[in-house]
Write a protein that binds this ligand. Sequence first.
Ligand SMILES: *Cc1c(COP(=O)(O)O)cnc(C)c1O
Length: 512
Amino acid sequence: MTNLLIDPRLVVNACAEAGDDSRLTQAVTEARQRGDRLWLYAGALDFMVRGIAHRLPDGGAPDASFSEARGRLDPFTKDMQWLAALAEDCDTPENLDPLTGQLVVAVRRLGSDAKILTEDGSSAFPSAGLDDYLASETGERRIDFIDLKAQQDRVRASLESGIHRVLHHGQYIMGPEVGELERRLAEYVGVEHCIAISSGTDALMVALMSLGVGPGDEVITTPFTFIATGEVIALLGAVPVYVDIERDTYNIDPAQIEAAISPKTKAIVPVSLYGQCADMDAINAVADRHQIPVVEDAAQSIGATYKGRKSGALSLVACTSFFPAKPLGAYGDAGACFTDDASLARSMREVMNHGQDRRYHHPRLGLNGRLDSMQAAVLVSKLEILNDEIERRQAVAERYNALIGASDAAAEIRLPFVEAFNLSSWAQYTIWIERRDEVQDLLSARQTPTAVHYPVPLYRQPALATDAGPFPVSEESAQGVISLPMHPYLDAGTSERVASALEASILQLSDA
Ligand SMILES: *Cc1c(COP(=O)(O)O)cnc(C)c1O
């Protein structure tokens, strides 16, 4: 994908000369087909409107010609992105006219391969002439495993104003955005209390500390998860006690939990893996019999539902992550805890902020687990479109299921299984295959990136190693799972490319 910043002079020409045959219009059509991204410079809005108005047939009052000019500009720029004008743009190179100079400074923000699309191109700055652009060849692009740019395009205006508001109000820690995010997330998930935290890992830490987990305690969890789930247990001096997973959902098997409970069990931490909630009713039932709190690790499942209720609202407390690649991602580390329990919420709020109950008074130990205002602002913007994005992910998953299920390699692939009572947030689209590592290499050679979540179960990680077990289902899963590109904006053509690359890779291996 190439970023093209369109020279405002070209826009004036295209909009002033009515008719669709201008070369800029052709280049714009071509760029859309190629998947190149088209940008306009926000600092040149006035230049463009005045420029178009000036070229309109004489007659109307200036106000009327401005609105007619705007009326021509708006449809032309409809799917384009406005590149913000920033302070640095005023420091223009001396050898260029001020407008070109601003464009040259601004375009660098779009990356080293970004270009200004101009009439003839120039060797003095990164640019492409219209004719050269139209004549250039494009090869088949590598697919993105996750594409965060299409999402950014949708919320750019609110993102940028949110970030700038924080920049200028100066309450970088515990600013108003944090409280606003907490209120909106609590409402979204359907719980009384949300505490914003600096990361998903810290959110787990805060929840377990608030539940009093410490040295000598045991915490039951799944071994088939990201390291953080087990890591926080061990960091608190407690022992992770693993329970094997279900073969179809990859989530902790509720039927095996009871046997793992001991007098030392202080909490149960199921993980809602790949975006599908663990069987929380069954888990809560076992936990309730033994009066053990349940902490849902909902790092991958924000937006998912279980029997009509949202992930995060399914147990005493839940923790989520807003790592950029999660279904709701910040532009840095971020996370949150959810609960309906007021006293636990108060404890978590204290632990999150150095164990203080008021400034400089620390009845307990805590940590610096605060979320910063910038990340909160980003999340407030993105939360607006989360439900729509989950629906899009669902459609992407269904398309994959249909394509892969109908492929010639279908018999060798185990598709994701989602319980009828679950709606996954599709953090990952993960299949299971034999000879996974070889298939992964062949896919990579076909421009198709994949990831393995996760190749090594926690009980075999050196940092957490234990000889407990065996855990045959975790073992088998770790050997065969592979996650395909997944994000809300993955289009039909790309799904088809991925599915046929997968088919070809598997068939290539079985032919060899
Ligand atoms: C991402 C993740 C975490 C940790 O979240 P961070 O925000 O990266 O600290 C914990 N558990 C699971 C299952 C995760 O996927």
